[in-house]
Design a protein around this ligand. Structure first.
Ligand code: ADP
Length: 279
């Protein structure tokens, strides 16, 4: 049960005005849930045909590999180019659907796992491992820096997804022979992971918009990174679900630093708080 809904309905017993507000809140929550369920169902149904498309495209790319001089006819070269394009686009579509599913999951279509202590050393090592191929393909060096032994609270897979999205972006929006620095830090009552790159940067008028779903800055749009525009929306949701936030500081042409900030202590049990308040 949504805690806000419960709270307002409890208050609504005493007055009509609050009851109407409570009904509105409940209805808008219901509609939001219907919308999330719809996106989750559609995305799920799309996964199978897209997977089939990806496999067929891969087979087509292999089949159009020139076997020798005779195979290098104009038609054959064009066929291979088209097959590669189909493969690229179906991979991108697959990512889009996967990220849409991820986002709806984070928005509450599925229950969140109970919070657990998560080692930031593990998160960072996992992310470095996951992004190794992309980094070497773009000749970007990922350097790990800062404090060791820090702990956050929440879901290890979600936190790894969030940091991986930041590191993938840092790699994608950087030039060759640059460095991406991943730094773990502990502040008063928070732990942080900062991801700093020496890449293209973000214009001041776009910085506020990049966390919106599907928003891609102009310079990114013209780059063929295969991005979906959902990565940072996912990071923002994960940060929010963990009681934290994500910030960015960036200079156009001078690189960007994204910082994921998380509470250093476990979250209060919401149910316990509600029941101790008699709600
Ligand atoms: P995308 O799939 O396009 O990377 P994201 O949601 O991850 O989507 O990011 C949204 C936009 O924010 C990107 O399209 C790009 O314009 C900008 N952006 C994100 N990270 C960086 C970065 N490290 N350097 C420059 N621009 C970035």
């Amino acid at each position: 049960v949504n805690p806000l809904g419960v709270h307002l309905r409890a208050m609504g017993l005493g007055g009509g005005y609050v009851s109407i507000e409570a009904a509105d809140v409940t209805e808008s929550h219901r509609l939001a849930r219907v919308r999330r369920d719809f996106v989750a169902n559609v995305s799920h149904e799309l996964k199978t045909p897209i997977g089939a498309l990806q496999l067929l495209a891969e087979a087509l790319v292999d089949a159009t590999e020139p076997a020798g001089e005779a195979d290098l006819s104009e038609d054959m070269v064009a066929a291979r180019r088209f097959a590669e394009r189909i493969q690229h686009e179906s991979t991108r579509l697959g990512r889009l659907v996967q990220e849409l599913l991820e986002l709806t999951r984070l928005q509450g279509a599925e229950p969140q796992p109970p919070p657990e202590p998560v080692s930031l050393d593990w998160v960072i090592a996992e992310v470095v491992d996951r992004t190794r191929t992309a980094a070497s393909a773009r000749r970007v060096e990922v350097v790990v820096d800062g404090a060791r032994g820090l702990t956050a609270y929440g879901s290890d897979t979600q936190l790894a997804t969030a940091v991986a999205n930041l590191v993938e972006n840092a790699i994608n929006y950087s030039g060759e022979d640059t460095t991406v620095r991943v730094t773990a830090r502990s502040t008063d009552d928070h732990v942080e992971v900062a991801v700093a790159d020496q890449g293209i940067g973000i214009a001041p008028n776009e910085v506020d918009r990049i966390f919106e779903r599907f928003y891609r800055a102009d310079r990114a749009r013209s780059r063929s990174t295969g991005g979906t525009g959902l990565g940072l929306a996912i990071v923002k949701h994960i940060a929010g679900n963990h009681g934290g936030r994500v910030d960015v500081s960036s200079t156009l042409g001078g690189g960007s630093t994204f910082t994921l900030r998380l509470p250093a202590s476990p979250p209060d049990d919401l149910e316990a708080t509600l029941s101790s308040a008699g709600i």
